[in-house]
Design a binder for this molecule. Structure first.
Ligand code: XIL
Length: 325
């Protein structure tokens, strides 16, 4: 048995991974990605982001994201869809125009409606708004916040709710962020966002879930009890939670055997916390092999964050997670 089959046996909906079309010609990679025991869910790592799906105003491009969706279909894996309203990986037409509130609202309406409608019937979840918070718990400056204030958040959720209203698989609508389990002020900020959306129900907004990206660091990962209690502060508001982008990076390389044992303990704390919280529905790795991890590219000198090595060997963390299940 693999991670997904064991996770489902433990009462969860899925264990999955991010993947992207540039990985799809790597046979050893595909042997693991396509294994239904190992992964029951995939997320496109980049191809549904705004700079790819609407690179120029009014021009929608779905070539790569359709290939990821097709992969999910062939493999009978759930597709988590990522992401709609986000300050990063935006095309220049969004960042370099002086919008008024009403023109920017129209741009959001067009983008979210087109992308959600295109994937009708394919997405089990949508990360509707991604990373709206600074580490202080205040809103992060972005074209959306600067022009519309916090109203862009409930607006995005109301557009998403109406665009997916007739979807046969009714995607769950998520707020997704990182470090929301590390910094109490950021946790508070995310709780405030959930309540803000819930209080905007009259305008059609709805939130179903909160994604904890879970980009964590070996030796600095909170305990299972602390993580579970943070997740529960969200489920207490009536939303589900999921771990949407899990990886646990070594802060310096090369990692020693002792570092790899600590990494195993940290993975166990995080996956164990999801197991301990009823409404934690699933876990998604942000790639399963170090070969394709985003970490060393963005945080040089750190990495080896995944459950499989770059040459597809299972690490102690893999076996420790499996043992937990
Ligand atoms: C990352 C991808 O993994 C990289 O390939 C890309 O260059 C940058 O984005 N939070 C998110 C993800 O929500 O979309 C990011 O993915 C990682 C951080």
């Amino acid at each position: 048995p693999g991670l997904h089959s064991l996770f489902v046996a433990a009462g969860k909906q899925y264990f999955g991974t991010a993947t992207e079309t540039n990985n799809f010609n790597d046979a050893p990679y595909l042997a693991i990605l396509n294994d239904p025991n190992e992964f029951g869910q995939i997320t496109p790592e980049n191809s549904q982001k705004w700079e790819i799906t609407q690179p120029r105003q009014g021009q929608f491009v779905f070539n790569n994201s359709d290939m990821v969706a097709a992969k999910a279909k062939t493999n009978k894996q759930i597709l988590r869809c990522h992401t709609l309203t986000w300050h990063s990986q935006l095309p220049s037409f969004v960042t370099a125009t002086s919008w008024t509130p009403s023109t920017l609202r129209a741009v959001l309406q067009t983008h979210l409606t087109n992308v959600i409608t295109h994937f009708r019937g394919a997405c089990s979840h949508w990360d509707v708004v991604n990373e709206a918070l600074a580490e202080t718990g205040e809103y992060r400056p972005s074209v959306f916040f600067n022009v519309l204030g916090e109203s862009y958040i409930p607006l995005s959720f109301s557009i998403a709710a109406s665009a997916s209203a007739n979807d046969p698989i009714k995607p769950k609508l998520y707020y997704n962020d990182y470090n929301t389990e590390l910094f109490p002020q950021k946790t508070e900020g995310a709780l405030r966002i959930v309540k803000l959306i819930q209080s905007s129900a009259a305008s059609g907004a709805r939130i179903d879930g909160v994604g904890f990206q879970s980009h964590l660091t070996v030796g600095k990962t909170p305990s299972q009890a602390a993580l579970a209690s943070t997740y529960q502060s969200f489920t207490a508001l009536g939303v589900e939670v999921a771990l949407t982008e899990l990886d646990i990076a070594h802060p310096s390389l090369p990692a020693t055997d002792a570092d790899r044992e600590q990494q195993a303990k940290d993975y166990v704390a995080v996956v164990g916390a999801c197991l301990a919280v009823d409404k934690c529905v699933g876990v998604t790795l942000w790639q399963f092999t170090d070969k394709y991890s985003w970490i060393p590219g963005i945080f040089p000198g750190t990495g080896d964050a995944c459950l499989w090595t770059a040459d597809y060997k299972k690490k102690p963390a893999y076996f420790a997670v499996r043992q937990l299940l």
